[in-house]
Ligand binder design. Structure first.
Ligand code: SF4
Length: 451
């Protein structure tokens, strides 16, 4: 029998981080203990296929797992997430230590499967079928009064129907399936009862919530925001990742209406050229995107916008890339995640022959990131002198103050703020009024004001 200890390695997006946190809680409720990789009986690799060379990264990690667990009797590996969905039982042929592969929809069944595998030594299981409805799962939270991080995440859907030309998500996570609103609200209430102060609603195309017809009596996404925001004890609400084509006037209005909906929106632009956007299959153009930006700023003048950008999409010319630089400056994004385009198997873009040379993609990425660094630095420096509210998330790794404890948290715009508190006075989940006194490259420094 394998030891009832586990270790999780997580790659990729916030949905994977959230899935790993759930799996960890669920296994602990069954009596498993979380431990280091070299001592674990069950090693779970929660994978992502959005970025470059995902399979190679998983194969390398499996090699490392095999080496690290060589002294642990009966140890086995579980591959979960998008790469598991893509490769499926192919993992069993190549890696003897893999005994479970589990896709996004199968994850709800993973704890039961892991129990079985601990007892049945020769068993291997493949849970990569897509389900017809949202795969509901017990949130594995204490009834109330337990302790969880103050910043929590709640899935409201699974999958995506958009088939953007470069993206593998509709293949690895399946078609969009919205979750019942009652289950979402119950999970939010349970998280708040256990100490959550901030909740982020998660979905690959979060603002298309309810449009797929899978959830029973699904409210509109705007109405769902209103219902979650009204839950007693919730200080902050966010959502990610919205699609510009589905950002309705009603959702935009929520930024003006709901005081606890944070003034920060991550709105993926991907490219600033209409021709590239059309080839990407994004279903909006720059005029539509800029209209959304204006409407968001009218609803909430202090809203900050961040984005995702791809450079070197097949066929992208230097002029079209320049349009992305112009768009980034014009919108004045506070931050962005930017990447060089790379092929994903089976996607429409992978079949376009007119690829941009790798060196050119890197050159464009460098120029884009230089512009963004300038804008991000301006964003942080203009906050110096402002008063805001900080949600404490934990002590800082560096404790070099000499006269107190260094703590870190985030302001409503999602910026990291560092403060020094008298020793023993800080607590995770505290909301504190602060004045920003300085800006570093990627974070802010603050001082606590008397409340
Ligand atoms: S909206 Fe496009 S980029 Fe986002 S998950 Fe769906 S297919 Fe991928």
């Amino acid at each position: 029998m394998a030891q009832r200890t586990f270790h999780i390695l997580t790659f990729g997006c916030q949905m994977n981080v959230n899935d790993s946190a759930w799996l960890s809680r669920s296994l602990q409720q069954r009596g498993f203990t979380e431990t280091t990789l070299d001592k674990a009986g069950v090693i779970i690799l929660n994978t992502c296929s959005v970025r470059d060379k995902p399979e190679q990264k998983v194969y390398a990690a499996l090699g490392r797992i095999k080496y690290e667990t060589r002294h642990t009797p009966g140890a086995f590996a579980v591959v979960a997430g998008c790469v598991a969905q893509q490769i499926g039982s192919g993992f069993f042929d190549r890696f003897a230590q893999v005994r479970l592969v589990v896709g996004g929809d199968g994850l709800a069944m993973a704890p039961d499967a892991i129990e079985r595998l601990c007892h049945e030594r020769n068993l291997r299981l493949n849970l990569t079928d897509f389900s017809e409805v949202y795969p509901e799962r017990d949130p594995a939270l204490p009834a109330s009064g337990g302790s969880i991080p103050p910043v929590a995440y709640v899935n409201i859907m699974q999958g995506c129907d958009n088939f953007c030309a470069y993206c593998i998500v509709p293949f690895t996570r399946g078609r969009q399936k919205s979750r019942d609103a009652s289950a979402i609200l119950d999970e939010c209430r349970a998280l708040i009862a256990n100490g959550a102060k901030e909740i982020t609603l998660l979905g690959q195309n979060v603002n298309a919530y309810g449009l797929d017809g899978h959830a029973t009596n699904a409210p509109s996404f705007a109405e769902l925001l209103r219902q979650v925001a009204a839950l007693p004890g919730l200080a902050r609400l966010r959502f990610v990742t919205p699609h510009p084509k589905d950002l309705s006037p009603e959702v935009i209005a929520m930024f003006g209406e709901l005081p606890n909906l944070c003034p920060r929106l991550h709105l993926p632009l991907q490219a600033g050229s209409d021709r590239v956007l059309a080839r990407m299959g994004r279903k909006y153009d720059m005029a539509r995107f800029l209209h959304l930006v204006d409407a968001l700023r009218a609803a909430r003048p202090d809203i900050a916008l961040s984005t995702d950008l791809i450079v070197g999409f097949p066929g992208e010319t230097e002029e079209q890339f320049q349009e992305t630089l112009d768009a980034v400056r014009r919108v004045n994004f506070m931050s962005s995640f930017s990447f060089c385009y790379s092929d994903r198997p089976g996607t429409a873009a992978s079949r376009i022959l007119d690829k941009v040379p790798h060196a050119e993609k890197l050159h464009r990425l460098e120029r884009l990131q230089a512009v963004q660094e300038e804008l991000s630095a301006q964003w942080l420096s203009q906050k110096v002198g402002c008063q805001t509210e900080l949600l404490l998330e934990g002590t800082s790794r560096r404790q070099d103050t000499g006269n107190g404890e260094s703590w870190q948290g985030r302001d409503p715009w999602g910026d990291t703020v560092n403060v020094v508190l008298p020793s023993g006075t800080g607590a995770v989940g505290q909301l504190l009024p602060v004045r920003i006194t300085g800006a570093r490259k990627h974070s802010l420094i603050g001082e606590v004001l008397q409340s």
